[in-house]
Every structure is written in C-alpha cells, then in structure tokens.
Write a protein of this length. Structure first.
Length: 268
C-alpha cells in the first residue's frame, strides 16, 4: 500500500477517534474540586454554610487529607462555588453539581459550548498539559483518556493548574446559566475543520508510514495495541487538535463538547 492510500485510510477514522478519546477525556476532570487563592482559603466556609462531612469524604477518596493545606484550599473553593449565583440559585442543581459527577459533566459541557473560543481552548490546553506532564508513558495501563485523567492525583497537580481548571469550571457554569443560543457551524465549516484536523494529525505523525500504521492500529481497535501505543496515540490526538488554526480548531473542540453532552463516558 502506498503512502497516499495509507493516509486515506487513516483519514477515514479520524472523526470517530476524536469522539472516542479526546472528547470524552477532556471533560472528566469535573469530578475534582480544586485550588483557590490563599485569601479565599483563609476565609474558609462561612458559619452559615458549614462544611458537610460528605465533602471531607470526597477529598479522602481523591487522596487528599481534608485537614491539610491543600484540603482546606479545596474546601474553600467548594464554598466559593456554592455561594456563586450561577450555582446557588438552584438548590437541586447545587446538590447535583457537588455530589453527582454526571451532572457536573453535563453542566460543564453545556457551559464550554457557550464560552468564548479562547476560554474553551484554555480549558483543553490545561487538560492536555496535565496529560503530558503527570501521566506515565503507558497511561497507567489504561486505554481511555477519561480513566487515565481520573488516575492523576490532586496532590500531583500544581496549585496554579488546579486553580486554572476550577476557574474554567466556574466560568463554564456561569456561561451555562446564560441560556445563550449557540450558533451552529455551516456544513462547509465542518468540512474545512475535518480536513484541517486530518492534516494536523498527519503532521503530528511526521507523515511517517510507521507512525501512520501505529496510529491506524490504535484507531481501528484501541485495545488490540499495547498500552504504551494507546497512550502515545491519545497524546498525538490531543496535540493535533491544539495545533490546528483558531476557527477550525474551535469547530473541532465544539464537536467534542457536544459529543460529551450526548454520549455518556465509557465505563472504565
């Protein structure tokens, strides 16, 4: 098979791969609650909003001591989100967001779809950074990016990165509350974005037949390849999206957000 045929075969599988890996992965960090500035941490939860023990337990399950400095910062951020009008205005929604990861994922995805492109990109770039810096080459032996990201310890993340993530989360919650009608890219825009994404992916693969074959094997059947190959392919996918040009990249990012809203994350 010549290179042109290999490229054509690869391109036919790209969109499905994005939905199966990068899309569902990038929006699962909503299960964590993170860092806030020291001034906020010093204030802690207010006397009128005592810290429920369920949040302590949530932190313990994430490997964080609630009494530690990091734990106190996280709890202060929870209090801050609870008091924000975008969350506090709806008691049922507030409960769902705090205790139901699926509800948070839906609210986050909705808000990400309504945010400015620059903020949407900032969020995904942060998740990619976490993936690149804190995930081992074999992705903990896992094959799905959402499961991989869930294995990253809060204690391993920098305060700045955790702070950046949860500021994005709150921005998404506020955006979701606006109810703004989303514009829909035209078919030509989707087609241009798809072509751009294919080319970006091939650039990430250096147009090398060996890399194309390795990536194609993963895209055809992710669990048929060794974990280190699957991990490499997931990184390639994320890098290819981030390397695209602005408008076309945002069309792809919005497609992944929509995928996250309508398609439940695969079971780990």
């Amino acid at each position: 098979m010549d290179m042109k045929a290999k490229v054509a075969g690869l391109a036919a599988r790209l969109v499905a791969l994005v939905s199966a890996t990068a899309a569902n992965a990038a929006f699962r960090y909503d299960e964590l609650w993170g860092y806030v500035a020291p001034s906020m941490a010093q204030s802690g939860a207010s006397a009128s909003d005592p810290r429920p023990s369920v949040y302590d337990q949530m932190l313990v399950e994430k490997g964080v001591d609630p009494a530690s400095e990091n734990g106190q910062l996280i709890l202060a951020w929870i209090a801050h989100i609870n008091s924000d009008p975008a969350v506090a205005g709806n008691v049922q929604r507030k409960s769902d967001l705090m205790l139901n990861p699926g509800a948070r994922a839906e609210a986050l995805a909705d808000g990400l779809g309504r945010m400015a492109p620059a903020l949407r990109l900032q969020y995904v770039a942060l998740i990619a950074k976490v993936f690149d810096t804190l995930v081992p080459p074999d992705c903990f032996g896992l094959y799905q990016m959402d499961a991989v990201i869930d294995r990253v310890s809060l204690n391993a993340m920098s305060d700045a990165d955790i702070d950046g993530y949860f500021r994005m989360l709150l921005a998404a919650l506020r955006a979701a509350q606006t109810g703004t009608t989303l514009d829909t890219p035209k078919p030509q825009q989707y087609a241009q974005a798809e072509t751009s994404h294919k080319l970006s992916l091939l650039r990430e693969l250096d147009y090398a037949p060996g890399n194309v074959a390795r990536y194609s094997a993963f895209s055809a059947n992710p669990r048929s390849v060794p974990p280190v190959d699957a991990c490499w392919a997931m990184r390639v996918t994320m890098h290819a999206i981030l390397a695209m040009h602005g408008p076309e990249r945002d069309v792809v990012l919005r497609q992944t957000v929509q995928s996250r809203r309508v398609t439940p994350a695969p079971a780990n």
